[in-house]
Design a protein around this ligand. Sequence first.
Ligand code: FEO
Length: 396
Amino acid sequence: MAVRELKPGVYSVGAIDWHRRLFDELIPLPHGTSYNSYLIKGSEKTVLVDTVDPSKEQELLSNLQKSGVNRIDYIVANHAEQDHSGIIPGLLRLYPEARVLTNQKCRDMLRDLLGIHEEKVLTITDRSTISLGDRTLEFIFAPWVHWPETMFTYSREDKILFSCDFLGSHFASSSLFANNEAKVYEGAKRYYAEIMMPFRKSINRHLEIIKGLDVEMIAPSHGPVYEETETILSLCREWVSDSVNNKVVIIYVSMHGSTEKMVSHLIDALIARGIHVKPFNLTGADLGELAISLIDPATIVIASPTVLVGAHPEVAYAVSLVNALRPKLKFGVIIGSYGWAGKMVEQITAMLSSLKLEMFEPVLVKGHPRETDFQAIDRLADEILRKHRDAGLMTE
Ligand code: FEO
């Protein structure tokens, strides 16, 4: 990737990973990603804010060479995760005069994860500053976006917030700036849903802190830079708000058609009652799409056949993900089928321990659903409607 200028003296020197398709061996990356690293040439000190994934080390080194940098005074580590800090040990060998600037938690993690010696680190405190001569960097602790040590770096004179993973997007683009491109915001929404959603209470606090800063540009560590900041900030405010919508997400698997028939009937019944529905057949579903869909629905329906005595393993996997993402769901229900017996309801209920769901009565059928079973599904749809109405969600 070429070296590109954000503002005079501030450059993007990171790397685009066009073809990466999986992050953490878990998260789908349909649009690739980038690892953003920013070079700030102050009148007295030169700083690198974050680095790149170890697989892209050569690209960063080549960009530093193109930038004419023969000395780095500080490497700011906003986050210890390896896609941003993994090559710091190599950089410290190439630029032995450089010191890592980070907080105490991150310093300890860099030691444990990457073997970086503490004498190479200058530990900073929350809201402390460092002068680069003609500009000042301020460090703002922002834990849980999405690790406990994460922080932001704010260049006061440039009015640029280097926001680490926060507000980033897994979106490979040749454009340095987001340019209000819808796909960038979709990517940011996917990124929020996949890794930030469990920490929305902390994120609310960070949004308040950002409100108090004069920010003209937000430079995250993945995806394009935001020259216009209000769109992404207002989207994020919406994602983390407590409000839910008149929506039902249905996750399901069907082996011999019984659960599929129940789900189809429920979808029609909910639509007829004016409720938005998003079903996911988990066989081959994009888990990133599922995560996005969990940002604001009021209700989740978990539908599964019984395998041996429990839920289908695909359903159990998805339920564990839903529980880990801690979406702001209010209501839930388990429906499904069985051949002779099972403990599916108990199993799934125990797996939802992180959510505060009000659960509806399960609807379970033995074998294929009959007329009385479809009537039970209709009653469930009525109950969901009543709850959504009572919660003030039926505005249409
Ligand atoms: Fe992009 Fe949490 O690392």
